[in-house]
Design a protein around this ligand. Sequence first.
Ligand code: ZN
Length: 123
Amino acid sequence: MTGFVLFGGILFILLVTIVWAALRAGEDTGTVLVPAERRDAAIEALRDLELDYQTRKITSEEYELTRSGLERTALLARDEEEMIRMGSGPSNNCGSCGAMLGEGSSFCHLCGAMRDIGVSQVP
Ligand SMILES: [Zn+2]
């Protein structure tokens, strides 16, 4: 199970790196937001940007540049959400077929695979 822990650690470091990069590339909000909030903020900013462009407050160059940045932020946040959802799931889902497992069940009721409970199970 060391491999699994290691994989989780790498995933976590990757996530932190992505969050850090997104925060540095993103707007100067000053606060650390969870991915869902960051995605919503980016979408909101995209709407404002669209309005600013339509009312000619900004040039098309500014519009294109800002839009691509905001879209990237929104996509990154969405991917992070996905990663968080996957990362928190394995204890409740079958590692083999993905079926929801009942609390305390040792085997999957659908495919019969042994539940990954994070303890070394050497045959
Ligand atoms: Zn299964």
